[in-house]
Design a protein around this ligand. Structure first.
Ligand SMILES: NC(=O)c1ccc[n+]([C@@H]2O[C@H](COP(=O)([O-])OP(=O)(O)OC[C@H]3O[C@@H](n4cnc5c(N)ncnc54)[C@H](OP(=O)(O)O)[C@@H]3O)[C@@H](O)[C@H]2O)c1
Length: 232
């Protein structure tokens, strides 16, 4: 059987949780040598993975850590959380953190990760880019910016391929701040409303990230995986 990730060096920035953790596990299962970059040391199923302590908002820290790491065949960037915020009456200084984490974080990783020529970089945006929701202006803008970054880097980094995966609602620790009952109700309501009848798992999105790593025809692509949310 063809195992395109076997013995490949894979870096997952944001691999200690959620979509990134599922990506790290799936890549390891596919035979890759996986390194996780995150602030927390990975635990549970990820204990024992190679780890680079990294805060993607710390430009000098990212540059220093990645100068000594790799080169990597494939890099995935799965960091990001952009808080809900109404625009009217807000000040940029109060709201810029989400953009700094998700867009500039992706930019810093792209700027400093050493990627083998012909390898890949995969970023993660989100379906608010194509289906905005009230109160989520900044998430929509950050997602659109990340997608623009991926498409532009597909040209700058060629023949290294650069893609973006855009998830809809995914059941990950990103939602751990929510009360359990409210979270379950939200997922159930979403599953009932989605054409796919299914809220995503980290593994669902990880499978698409691995496709971006391994399929030689994918570059400059945005792969929407939203269970059909954009249609309803
Ligand atoms: N879950 C959803 O419903 C959903 C929907 C659409 C889009 N997305 C997008 O998918 C991506 C992954 O989300 P997720 O649900 O997997 O989130 P998650 O479970 O909260 O995981 C986020 C990861 O980012 C890392 N991280 C956070 N801040 C960091 C920093 N300053 N420096 C380095 N690493 C940092 C975290 O590790 P440490 O805390 O150890 O640093 C963690 O590994 C995000 O871009 C999110 O916006 C998610």
């Amino acid at each position: 059987m063809d195992r395109p990730l076997k013995d490949k060096a894979v870096l997952v920035a944001g691999g200690s949780s959620g979509i990134g953790a599922a990506t790290a596990l799936a890549a390891a299962e596919a035979g890759a040598q996986v390194t996780i970059a995150s602030r927390r040391v990975p635990d549970g199923a990820l204990a024992g993975f190679a780890h680079i302590p990294l805060d993607v908002t710390d430009e000098d820290g990212v540059a220093a850590a990645l100068a000594q790491a790799g080169p990597f065949d494939h890099v995935a960037f799965t960091v990001g959380h952009v808080a809900r915020q109404a625009v009217r009456g807000s000040r940029v200084a109060q709201v810029r953190d989400g953009f700094d984490l998700k867009f500039w974080g992706a930019y810093r990783i792209a700027a400093h990760a050493r990627i083998v020529e012909g390898g890949s970089l995969t970023l993660v945006s989100g379906a608010y880019a194509v289906r905005p929701a009230k109160g989520h202006v900044l998430a929509a803008c950050a997602n659109i910016a990340v997608e623009g970054l991926a498409k532009s880097l597909a040209l700058e980094f060629a023949p290294t391929r650069v893609n973006c995966v855009s998830p809809g609602l995914v059941d990950t620790p990103l939602w751990s701040g929510m009360d359990d009952a409210r979270k379950r109700a939200m997922f159930e309501q979403a599953a009932n409303a989605l054409p796919a009848g299914h809220v995503g798992t980290g593994a669902d999105i990880a499978a698409i990230i691995l496709l971006c790593m391994t399929n030689p025809m994918l570059t400059g692509s945005v792969l929407l995986a939203d269970g059909g949310h954009v249609l309803v």
